[in-house]
Design a protein. Structure first.
Lengths: 141, 241, 249
């Protein structure tokens, strides 16, 4: 069973720009993944409103009954989140790595239009390498 | 007790799991989203008025539940996004964490049929499931798993609210006994008396708190030893210390 | 006053030694700048061929300047005059200055005599670029092809230079090959140069070089008849292509 179920990247206005499934049962269709992404975007914003103290940056980790959801928001508002098995380690590190790949292979690509769905071959290749189980385990060092 | 099988307060409340527990506030909602109880212990920031705050919180939990039910990677049939699900149905969540707080969430398990029968028997059910509530506890982000603590709070609720004959189901909770026992328990969770720091300095503060505790223990020891060994000279006291 | 003496003040800017310059540039800064260059040019064109041409033109300007700079800096104002010489100059010296490494390979085309190929497993400009499927065989290496063309053209080796993706076995990514097709006159000159090089010696290469359209036999005769002092003069100006036949005879 895969440790990581799926990966989402949403732009600063809540639109899904990247979705990859790594073998969860009952795969979501495009419409559902779009809806889930925009729902997460607003939940993330509301969680900041409800903070008891100042300086809240939104949900980092959601622990559900059957999965964990780790979320990382870049300074420009792009959100990356992975859905993984409960208790999976090193997900923050993995999200940082994915963010780095995004800045390298998506933002430096002259054929990528900002805020639009990501279709970059190089990003896909490097992402599939980064999400391999043994690579993720190495992040712990 | 038989009617409320399993509702006995466990003999000893679960020990706070991680050091640095510090509760900010707590909400209790019923199924219809009415805020039955709102307690606040440490909340420097208020962005909204109370009513809006409660609405927003209930809405957030509702949406997060439908989100987790939809995202559940282990089930094939997930239903449609946004369709309300019966309690205990679908994949729910028990906590989320931001950089400034951690929200722990508990929804009482289902078994609705059984409950309604009970209340009909008691003659004050009004078709509403009094025991079905959502308990939300907001604490310091570094707090550990609070699922057991929430269960304990739920037991308090059952004991002091549900079993209170004067309490009208669906009305805000005004039970003195419940509030005091709740405060007491939450205080036992946040036994380290320091303000939460969002980042970095946590360990240092912890050390400080420990050293403060140590100092107070030593002080207590001194006073005890003074009273016990009144007749001894001061040199002996020093030796004891 | 520590440190004051370190920076010597030159009254005349021309007296200042030519510095080696900063050897490293941020790869991200370059990647973003290049990305913008491509994006800007994309707004100015209607089709991919035109985009490729514009990128090549941008590279050409770089190449011409790089040649000038490197000849002055590394070669004491001399430059290569032979085909293989200039190719290895591009493959090693130019590549090292621009990309910090020597190109992966330099090969001669198997099908055509006038074709040479410089191949790179991962070209610096292509490092972060994924070509969308609808753009077909477009390669941003056109910019590098332009640089190579600029260098070759400036050195007197007019050529048509293009960049291509060549799929590699067992590799995710295809490598980029810069294909150089020299002009006819370059090949003819090279053929003429090849003979005297063996017979008379390299001193006369330059004379032959300079008289592309002259009769070879006449020229050899002229050289043999030339007094020693003239030969001496020629060797002092080895890079001078303008040394006409008139001067020799």
């Amino acid at each position: 069973m895969a440790a990581i179920y799926s990966l989402y990247i949403i732009n600063k206005s809540g639109g899904l720009i990247f979705y990859k499934d790594y073998g969860s049962s009952g795969r979501m269709d495009t419409n559902d993944s779009l809806r889930v992404a925009s729902l997460w975007h607003s939940m993330h914003a509301i969680s900041q409103q409800l903070s008891p103290t100042v300086g809240c940056l939104g949900i980092e980790l959601l622990e559900a009954d059957t999965f964990d959801l780790h979320c990382f928001q870049s300074l420009t508002g792009t959100k990356f989140f992975v859905v993984c098995e409960p208790g999976t380690q090193h997900m923050e590190g993995l999200l940082k790595v994915i963010y780095e790949l995004y800045t390298d292979y998506v933002l430096k690509n002259p054929f990528y239009e900002m805020e639009m769905p990501i279709r970059c071959e190089l990003f896909d290749i490097n992402l599939s390498q980064a999400t391999q189980k043994d690579r993720v385990a190495l992040l712990g060092r | 007790m038989q009617f409320f099988g399993g509702s006995d307060i466990s003999p000893s409340p679960p020990a706070p799991t991680a050091s640095g527990n510090n509760a900010h506030m707590m909400y209790v909602f019923n199924r219809n989203g009415v805020c039955l109880l709102y307690r606040e212990w440490n909340r420097p920031l208020h962005t909204l008025n109370a009513q809006q705050d409660h609405k927003l919180m209930f809405g957030l939990l509702f949406s997060l539940k439908s989100l987790t039910a939809k995202m559940d990677p282990t089930s094939m049939d997930k239903g449609n996004l946004g369709v309300p699900q019966l309690p205990g149905q679908g994949c729910s969540f028990h906590s989320f964490r931001t950089n400034t707080y951690k929200l722990s969430f508990m929804e009482t398990p289902s078994g609705i049929k059984f409950e309604i029968m009970q209340f009909q028997f008691l003659g004050r059910g009004f078709g509403e499931n009094i025991r079905f509530v959502q308990i939300i506890l907001i604490t310091h982000p570094k707090t550990g798993d609070l699922r057991e603590s929430l269960k304990y709070i739920y037991n308090l609720y059952v004991e002091y609210v549900v079993k209170n004959p004067i309490y009208t189901p669906g009305a805000p909770i005004r039970c003195e006994l419940f509030n005091t026992s709740l405060d007491q328990y939450v205080r036992s969770i946040s036994y380290l008396l320091f303000k939460p720091r969002p980042s970095g300095t946590g360990d240092l503060v912890l050390q400080k708190a420990y050293s403060l505790m140590l100092i107070s223990i030593i002080k207590a020891l001194i006073s005890v030893s003074k009273s016990v060994v009144k007749n001894l000279g001061s040199r002996d006291i020093l030796n004891i210390i | 006053m520590i440190g004051v003496g370190k920076i010597k003040q030159y009254s005349n800017v021309l007296d200042k030694p030519l510095s080696k310059g900063k050897q490293e540039v941020s790869s991200s800064a370059f990647a973003f700048l290049f990305s913008e260059l491509v994006q800007y040019n994309q707004t100015q064109v209607d089709n991919i061929a035109e985009l490729e041409r514009r990128l090549e033109d941008a590279g050409y300007a770089v190449g011409a300047r790089v040649l000038e700079l490197l000849c002055h800096r590394d070669k004491g104002n001399r430059r290569e005059t032979r085909l293989l010489g200039i190719l290895s100059f591009v493959h090693s010296t130019v590549w090292k200055v621009l990309f910090g490494k020597v190109a992966d390979s330099l090969e001669k085309g198997t099908e055509h005599e006038d074709e040479y190929m410089i191949s790179e497993k991962e070209l610096l400009v292509n490092r972060f670029i994924s070509i969308p499927k609808d753009m077909g065989t477009f390669n941003c290496g056109a910019f590098v092809a332009g640089i190579v063309r600029g260098v070759l053209d400036g050195a007197g080796f007019p050529a048509v230079v293009t960049a291509h993706f060549v799929p590699m076995e067992g590799q995710h990514r295809p490598r980029t090959t810069i294909l150089i097709k020299f002009g006819e006159e370059v090949l003819r000159r090279e053929a003429r140069l090849a003979v005297p090089c063996d017979i008379i010696g390299s001193l006369f290469d330059f004379c032959v070089c300079s008289s592309e359209h002259g009769n070879f036999n006449d020229l050899v005769k002229a050289i043999i008849a030339t007094p020693v002092d003239v030969k001496y003069t020629i060797s002092l100006h080895p890079n001078s292509f303008d040394l006409g036949q008139d001067e020799l005879s």
